[in-house]
Design a protein around this ligand. Structure first.
Ligand code: F6P
Length: 381
Protein backbone atom coordinates (compact mmCIF):
# COMPACT_ATOMS: atom_id res chain seq x y z
CA UNK A 1 0.00 0.00 0.00
CA UNK A 2 1.32 3.47 -0.87
CA UNK A 3 2.63 5.37 2.16
CA UNK A 4 1.43 8.99 2.48
CA UNK A 5 4.30 11.24 1.42
CA UNK A 6 5.07 14.71 2.67
CA UNK A 7 3.85 16.01 -0.72
CA UNK A 8 0.52 14.20 -0.42
CA UNK A 9 -0.07 15.13 3.21
CA UNK A 10 0.74 18.84 3.03
CA UNK A 11 -1.88 19.91 0.47
CA UNK A 12 -4.55 18.19 2.56
CA UNK A 13 -3.36 19.95 5.70
CA UNK A 14 -3.28 23.22 3.81
CA UNK A 15 -6.78 22.62 2.51
CA UNK A 16 -8.23 21.89 5.93
CA UNK A 17 -6.46 24.97 7.26
CA UNK A 18 -8.11 27.13 4.56
CA UNK A 19 -11.45 25.44 5.20
CA UNK A 20 -11.01 26.28 8.91
CA UNK A 21 -10.42 29.96 8.00
CA UNK A 22 -13.33 30.03 5.54
CA UNK A 23 -15.77 28.50 8.02
CA UNK A 24 -14.82 31.15 10.58
CA UNK A 25 -14.86 33.95 8.03
CA UNK A 26 -11.31 35.03 8.87
CA UNK A 27 -8.42 36.20 6.70
CA UNK A 28 -5.21 34.28 7.49
CA UNK A 29 -1.61 35.18 6.83
CA UNK A 30 -1.52 38.87 7.71
CA UNK A 31 1.41 41.12 8.52
CA UNK A 32 0.58 42.72 11.85
CA UNK A 33 2.31 45.48 13.80
CA UNK A 34 2.37 45.51 17.59
CA UNK A 35 3.45 48.18 20.09
CA UNK A 36 3.32 48.95 23.82
CA UNK A 37 2.93 52.62 24.87
CA UNK A 38 2.77 54.67 28.09
CA UNK A 39 4.00 53.55 31.50
CA UNK A 40 5.14 49.94 31.67
CA UNK A 41 2.99 47.46 33.51
CA UNK A 42 3.11 43.79 34.55
CA UNK A 43 1.43 41.67 31.87
CA UNK A 44 2.54 43.54 28.73
CA UNK A 45 4.73 40.62 27.71
CA UNK A 46 1.88 38.19 28.39
CA UNK A 47 -0.32 40.09 25.90
CA UNK A 48 2.45 40.14 23.28
CA UNK A 49 2.98 36.41 23.77
CA UNK A 50 -0.71 35.57 23.41
CA UNK A 51 -1.12 37.70 20.27
CA UNK A 52 1.98 36.26 18.61
CA UNK A 53 1.39 32.62 19.55
CA UNK A 54 -2.16 32.58 18.27
CA UNK A 55 -1.23 34.72 15.26
CA UNK A 56 1.62 32.47 14.14
CA UNK A 57 0.23 29.08 15.15
CA UNK A 58 -3.41 29.57 14.13
CA UNK A 59 -3.45 32.25 11.44
CA UNK A 60 0.00 31.99 9.78
CA UNK A 61 0.63 35.66 10.59
CA UNK A 62 3.88 37.58 10.62
CA UNK A 63 4.62 40.28 13.18
CA UNK A 64 6.63 43.43 13.24
CA UNK A 65 7.25 44.98 16.64
CA UNK A 66 7.46 48.77 16.87
CA UNK A 67 9.87 49.75 19.62
CA UNK A 68 9.16 52.29 22.38
CA UNK A 69 5.47 52.85 21.72
CA UNK A 70 4.45 55.37 19.06
CA UNK A 71 8.07 56.60 18.92
CA UNK A 72 8.97 53.36 17.12
CA UNK A 73 6.30 53.98 14.50
CA UNK A 74 7.32 57.63 14.09
CA UNK A 75 11.04 56.81 13.87
CA UNK A 76 10.66 53.45 12.11
CA UNK A 77 12.37 51.50 14.91
CA UNK A 78 11.30 47.90 14.58
CA UNK A 79 12.17 44.41 15.76
CA UNK A 80 11.17 41.00 14.49
CA UNK A 81 8.65 39.37 16.78
CA UNK A 82 8.59 35.63 16.17
CA UNK A 83 8.29 32.51 18.32
CA UNK A 84 11.89 32.86 19.51
CA UNK A 85 11.39 36.49 20.56
CA UNK A 86 8.45 35.61 22.80
CA UNK A 87 9.93 32.51 24.33
CA UNK A 88 9.99 32.71 28.15
CA UNK A 89 8.43 36.17 28.45
CA UNK A 90 5.13 35.24 30.16
CA UNK A 91 6.37 35.86 33.75
CA UNK A 92 8.54 38.84 32.88
CA UNK A 93 7.52 42.39 33.86
CA UNK A 94 8.25 45.34 31.56
CA UNK A 95 7.94 44.86 27.82
CA UNK A 96 10.26 43.33 25.23
CA UNK A 97 9.10 46.09 22.87
CA UNK A 98 10.05 48.81 25.38
CA UNK A 99 7.82 51.84 25.76
CA UNK A 100 7.66 55.64 25.83
CA UNK A 101 5.18 58.45 26.25
CA UNK A 102 5.68 59.72 22.69
CA UNK A 103 2.70 61.48 21.12
CA UNK A 104 3.16 61.74 17.34
CA UNK A 105 0.06 63.95 17.12
CA UNK A 106 2.09 66.65 18.90
CA UNK A 107 4.65 66.72 16.07
CA UNK A 108 4.24 68.47 12.75
CA UNK A 109 2.93 65.85 10.27
CA UNK A 110 3.55 63.18 12.91
CA UNK A 111 0.47 61.07 12.29
CA UNK A 112 0.95 61.12 8.50
CA UNK A 113 4.55 60.09 8.98
CA UNK A 114 3.43 57.17 11.16
CA UNK A 115 1.00 56.07 8.44
CA UNK A 116 3.84 56.13 5.89
CA UNK A 117 6.15 54.09 8.14
CA UNK A 118 3.41 51.49 8.68
CA UNK A 119 2.82 51.28 4.92
CA UNK A 120 6.57 50.99 4.27
CA UNK A 121 6.63 48.03 6.69
CA UNK A 122 3.67 46.47 4.83
CA UNK A 123 1.65 46.46 8.04
CA UNK A 124 -1.97 45.43 7.38
CA UNK A 125 -3.21 45.94 10.94
CA UNK A 126 -1.78 47.21 14.23
CA UNK A 127 -2.36 46.05 17.80
CA UNK A 128 -1.71 48.94 20.22
CA UNK A 129 -1.34 48.02 23.89
CA UNK A 130 -1.60 50.99 26.24
CA UNK A 131 -3.67 53.36 28.33
CA UNK A 132 -5.83 56.33 27.38
CA UNK A 133 -2.93 58.24 25.75
CA UNK A 134 -1.93 55.32 23.52
CA UNK A 135 -5.61 54.72 22.70
CA UNK A 136 -6.15 58.38 21.81
CA UNK A 137 -3.35 58.18 19.21
CA UNK A 138 -4.78 54.85 17.98
CA UNK A 139 -8.13 56.55 17.45
CA UNK A 140 -6.51 59.42 15.47
CA UNK A 141 -4.70 56.85 13.31
CA UNK A 142 -7.91 54.89 12.81
CA UNK A 143 -9.54 58.07 11.53
CA UNK A 144 -6.67 58.26 8.99
CA UNK A 145 -7.44 54.72 7.80
CA UNK A 146 -5.26 52.52 10.02
CA UNK A 147 -6.73 49.14 10.92
CA UNK A 148 -6.12 49.15 14.63
CA UNK A 149 -7.22 47.18 17.70
CA UNK A 150 -6.41 48.42 21.23
CA UNK A 151 -5.63 46.48 24.41
CA UNK A 152 -6.23 48.26 27.76
CA UNK A 153 -3.21 48.56 30.02
CA UNK A 154 -2.55 50.62 33.12
CA UNK A 155 -1.85 49.86 36.74
CA UNK A 156 -4.09 52.87 37.51
CA UNK A 157 -7.11 50.88 36.19
CA UNK A 158 -8.70 54.13 35.05
CA UNK A 159 -9.51 53.38 31.42
CA UNK A 160 -13.19 53.79 30.54
CA UNK A 161 -15.16 50.89 29.09
CA UNK A 162 -13.40 48.02 30.81
CA UNK A 163 -13.90 46.63 34.31
CA UNK A 164 -10.20 45.88 34.74
CA UNK A 165 -6.95 46.72 33.01
CA UNK A 166 -4.21 44.12 33.29
CA UNK A 167 -1.37 45.21 35.60
CA UNK A 168 -3.74 46.61 38.22
CA UNK A 169 -4.05 43.37 40.15
CA UNK A 170 -0.27 42.98 40.40
CA UNK A 171 0.16 46.60 41.51
CA UNK A 172 -2.53 46.14 44.18
CA UNK A 173 -0.84 42.99 45.47
CA UNK A 174 2.51 44.78 45.65
CA UNK A 175 0.99 47.78 47.45
CA UNK A 176 -0.94 45.53 49.85
CA UNK A 177 2.20 43.63 50.74
CA UNK A 178 3.99 46.95 51.37
CA UNK A 179 1.15 48.11 53.64
CA UNK A 180 1.31 44.83 55.57
CA UNK A 181 5.03 45.35 56.04
CA UNK A 182 4.81 48.94 57.30
CA UNK A 183 1.92 47.91 59.55
CA UNK A 184 4.28 45.97 61.78
CA UNK A 185 6.69 48.92 62.06
CA UNK A 186 3.84 51.35 62.73
CA UNK A 187 2.62 49.05 65.48
CA UNK A 188 6.06 48.43 67.01
CA UNK A 189 7.02 52.12 67.08
CA UNK A 190 3.53 53.52 67.74
CA UNK A 191 3.68 55.64 64.62
CA UNK A 192 1.39 56.89 61.91
CA UNK A 193 2.68 55.75 58.52
CA UNK A 194 1.52 57.35 55.29
CA UNK A 195 1.86 55.13 52.19
CA UNK A 196 1.78 57.04 48.89
CA UNK A 197 0.70 54.90 45.95
CA UNK A 198 0.24 55.65 42.24
CA UNK A 199 -3.04 56.89 40.84
CA UNK A 200 -2.98 60.08 38.83
CA UNK A 201 -6.68 60.70 38.19
CA UNK A 202 -8.32 57.75 39.92
CA UNK A 203 -7.66 56.13 43.26
CA UNK A 204 -8.18 52.48 42.34
CA UNK A 205 -4.83 51.27 43.68
CA UNK A 206 -5.24 53.30 46.90
CA UNK A 207 -8.78 52.03 47.42
CA UNK A 208 -8.08 48.33 46.74
CA UNK A 209 -4.76 48.16 48.58
CA UNK A 210 -6.11 50.36 51.39
CA UNK A 211 -9.09 48.08 51.98
CA UNK A 212 -6.98 44.92 51.54
CA UNK A 213 -4.27 46.26 53.85
CA UNK A 214 -6.65 47.51 56.53
CA UNK A 215 -5.73 51.20 56.18
CA UNK A 216 -7.35 53.62 58.62
CA UNK A 217 -7.67 56.44 56.11
CA UNK A 218 -7.73 56.16 52.29
CA UNK A 219 -7.38 59.32 50.21
CA UNK A 220 -8.14 59.36 46.48
CA UNK A 221 -8.15 62.01 43.72
CA UNK A 222 -11.91 61.67 43.21
CA UNK A 223 -12.64 62.97 46.75
CA UNK A 224 -10.61 66.03 47.79
CA UNK A 225 -9.93 65.79 51.51
CA UNK A 226 -9.94 68.14 54.47
CA UNK A 227 -6.67 67.75 56.38
CA UNK A 228 -8.30 68.59 59.72
CA UNK A 229 -10.84 65.81 59.16
CA UNK A 230 -8.02 63.33 58.49
CA UNK A 231 -6.25 64.47 61.68
CA UNK A 232 -9.51 64.09 63.61
CA UNK A 233 -9.95 60.51 62.37
CA UNK A 234 -6.47 59.64 63.61
CA UNK A 235 -7.13 61.36 66.97
CA UNK A 236 -10.41 59.44 67.40
CA UNK A 237 -8.76 56.14 66.63
CA UNK A 238 -6.00 56.78 69.13
CA UNK A 239 -8.56 58.00 71.70
CA UNK A 240 -10.19 54.57 71.62
CA UNK A 241 -6.92 52.92 72.46
CA UNK A 242 -5.21 52.25 69.14
CA UNK A 243 -1.60 53.38 69.16
CA UNK A 244 -0.66 53.34 65.47
CA UNK A 245 -2.37 54.21 62.18
CA UNK A 246 -1.93 53.66 58.46
CA UNK A 247 -2.96 56.22 55.83
CA UNK A 248 -2.95 55.27 52.14
CA UNK A 249 -2.91 58.20 49.75
CA UNK A 250 -3.00 58.22 45.95
CA UNK A 251 -0.37 60.49 44.36
CA UNK A 252 -3.15 62.51 42.69
CA UNK A 253 -5.17 63.12 45.87
CA UNK A 254 -5.99 66.77 46.54
CA UNK A 255 -6.60 68.95 49.58
CA UNK A 256 -10.01 70.60 49.53
CA UNK A 257 -8.27 73.91 50.31
CA UNK A 258 -5.83 74.39 47.42
CA UNK A 259 -7.33 71.75 45.14
CA UNK A 260 -4.14 70.50 43.41
CA UNK A 261 -1.91 67.49 43.93
CA UNK A 262 1.76 68.46 44.38
CA UNK A 263 3.90 68.16 41.25
CA UNK A 264 7.61 67.95 40.46
CA UNK A 265 9.41 70.70 38.55
CA UNK A 266 10.14 68.75 35.36
CA UNK A 267 7.41 70.14 33.11
CA UNK A 268 4.88 68.09 31.18
CA UNK A 269 5.15 65.03 28.95
CA UNK A 270 3.86 65.04 25.35
CA UNK A 271 0.37 64.14 26.54
CA UNK A 272 0.33 67.13 28.89
CA UNK A 273 0.83 65.20 32.14
CA UNK A 274 2.87 66.70 34.97
CA UNK A 275 5.02 64.41 37.12
CA UNK A 276 3.11 63.87 40.37
CA UNK A 277 4.54 63.02 43.76
CA UNK A 278 5.01 64.48 47.20
CA UNK A 279 1.51 64.40 48.68
CA UNK A 280 2.57 61.71 51.19
CA UNK A 281 5.30 63.84 52.76
CA UNK A 282 3.11 66.94 52.97
CA UNK A 283 0.39 64.86 54.58
CA UNK A 284 2.82 63.24 57.05
CA UNK A 285 4.14 66.66 58.14
CA UNK A 286 0.62 68.00 58.63
CA UNK A 287 -0.59 64.95 60.58
CA UNK A 288 2.41 65.02 62.89
CA UNK A 289 1.93 68.75 63.45
CA UNK A 290 -1.83 68.44 64.11
CA UNK A 291 -1.88 65.26 66.22
CA UNK A 292 1.52 65.29 67.90
CA UNK A 293 2.00 61.66 66.78
CA UNK A 294 5.24 60.63 65.09
CA UNK A 295 4.34 60.26 61.40
CA UNK A 296 6.46 58.78 58.60
CA UNK A 297 5.97 58.62 54.86
CA UNK A 298 6.72 55.79 52.39
CA UNK A 299 6.46 56.34 48.62
CA UNK A 300 5.98 53.11 46.67
CA UNK A 301 6.50 54.71 43.23
CA UNK A 302 7.64 52.44 40.42
CA UNK A 303 7.95 49.43 42.70
CA UNK A 304 4.22 49.04 41.97
CA UNK A 305 4.80 48.84 38.21
CA UNK A 306 7.61 46.31 38.33
CA UNK A 307 7.97 42.60 38.82
CA UNK A 308 6.28 39.50 37.61
CA UNK A 309 2.54 39.71 36.81
CA UNK A 310 0.11 38.01 39.19
CA UNK A 311 -1.70 34.90 37.96
CA UNK A 312 -4.85 37.01 37.51
CA UNK A 313 -2.99 39.50 35.31
CA UNK A 314 -1.33 36.74 33.27
CA UNK A 315 -4.72 35.23 32.54
CA UNK A 316 -6.38 38.58 31.81
CA UNK A 317 -3.47 39.68 29.59
CA UNK A 318 -3.63 36.36 27.70
CA UNK A 319 -7.40 36.73 27.23
CA UNK A 320 -6.92 40.29 25.92
CA UNK A 321 -4.16 39.13 23.57
CA UNK A 322 -6.28 36.33 22.11
CA UNK A 323 -9.26 38.72 21.89
CA UNK A 324 -7.16 41.27 20.00
CA UNK A 325 -5.69 38.88 17.43
CA UNK A 326 -9.11 37.29 16.83
CA UNK A 327 -10.55 40.76 16.35
CA UNK A 328 -7.91 41.59 13.74
CA UNK A 329 -8.89 38.47 11.81
CA UNK A 330 -12.58 39.33 12.06
CA UNK A 331 -11.66 42.50 10.21
CA UNK A 332 -13.35 44.92 12.62
CA UNK A 333 -11.17 47.82 13.68
CA UNK A 334 -11.21 51.06 15.67
CA UNK A 335 -12.03 49.04 18.77
CA UNK A 336 -10.45 48.07 22.08
CA UNK A 337 -10.86 44.70 23.76
CA UNK A 338 -12.40 45.06 27.21
CA UNK A 339 -13.54 43.03 30.20
CA UNK A 340 -17.23 43.38 31.05
CA UNK A 341 -18.21 41.23 33.99
CA UNK A 342 -16.55 37.96 33.11
CA UNK A 343 -16.63 38.38 29.32
CA UNK A 344 -14.07 39.75 26.88
CA UNK A 345 -15.90 42.14 24.54
CA UNK A 346 -14.92 44.97 22.22
CA UNK A 347 -15.85 48.63 22.55
CA UNK A 348 -15.23 51.55 20.18
CA UNK A 349 -11.87 53.21 20.90
CA UNK A 350 -13.64 56.56 21.26
CA UNK A 351 -15.57 55.21 24.25
CA UNK A 352 -12.30 54.44 26.06
CA UNK A 353 -10.69 57.85 25.76
CA UNK A 354 -13.17 60.62 26.52
CA UNK A 355 -12.52 60.58 30.29
CA UNK A 356 -10.87 58.52 33.01
CA UNK A 357 -12.84 55.99 35.04
CA UNK A 358 -13.38 57.02 38.67
CA UNK A 359 -13.41 54.64 41.63
CA UNK A 360 -16.77 52.96 42.09
CA UNK A 361 -18.73 54.86 44.82
CA UNK A 362 -19.75 51.51 46.33
CA UNK A 363 -16.07 50.84 47.13
CA UNK A 364 -15.84 54.23 48.84
CA UNK A 365 -18.83 53.21 50.96
CA UNK A 366 -17.07 49.96 51.89
CA UNK A 367 -13.96 51.89 52.97
CA UNK A 368 -16.06 54.35 54.98
CA UNK A 369 -17.94 51.51 56.65
CA UNK A 370 -14.67 50.15 57.99
CA UNK A 371 -13.54 53.29 59.83
CA UNK A 372 -14.81 55.58 62.62
CA UNK A 373 -17.61 57.89 61.56
CA UNK A 374 -16.78 61.53 62.14
CA UNK A 375 -19.50 62.94 64.41
CA UNK A 376 -21.36 65.68 62.61
CA UNK A 377 -23.04 68.63 64.33
CA UNK A 378 -26.77 68.06 64.86
CA UNK A 379 -28.84 69.64 62.11
CA UNK A 380 -30.87 72.64 63.41
CA UNK A 381 -34.53 72.18 62.59
O1 F6P B 1 0.95 54.51 34.31
C1 F6P B 1 0.28 55.48 35.06
C2 F6P B 1 1.17 55.94 36.14
O2 F6P B 1 1.49 54.83 36.87
C3 F6P B 1 0.61 57.06 37.02
O3 F6P B 1 -0.05 56.62 38.15
C4 F6P B 1 1.84 57.85 37.35
O4 F6P B 1 1.50 59.18 37.63
C5 F6P B 1 2.64 57.72 36.13
O5 F6P B 1 2.36 56.46 35.59
C6 F6P B 1 4.13 57.85 36.34
O6 F6P B 1 4.73 57.69 35.11
P1 F6P B 1 6.28 57.84 34.82
O7 F6P B 1 6.89 56.53 35.07
O8 F6P B 1 6.36 58.22 33.38
O9 F6P B 1 6.81 58.89 35.71
Amino acid sequence: MAQPTRDRVLPNAEMSRWLYYLCRGVLPNMRIGILTGGGDCPGLNAVIRAVVRKGIMHYDDQFVGFMEGWRGVYENKTMDVDMDAISGILPRGGTILRTSRTNPAKREGGLQRCMEVLRANRVEALIAIGGDDTMSVAQRMYELGLKVVGVPKTIDNDLMGTDFCFGFDTAVNTATEAIDRVHTTAEAHQRVIVVEVMGRDSGWIAMYSGIAGGADVILIPERPFDIEEVAERIRMRHARGRYFSIIVVAEGAKFTKDGNAPVGDVGKDEFGHVRLGGIGQILANEIEHRTGLETRNVVLGHIQRGGTPSAFDRVLASRYGIGAIDQVHKGEFGVMVALRGTDIVTIPLVDAIHKTRPVDPELVEVAMGLIDPIPTAPVNK
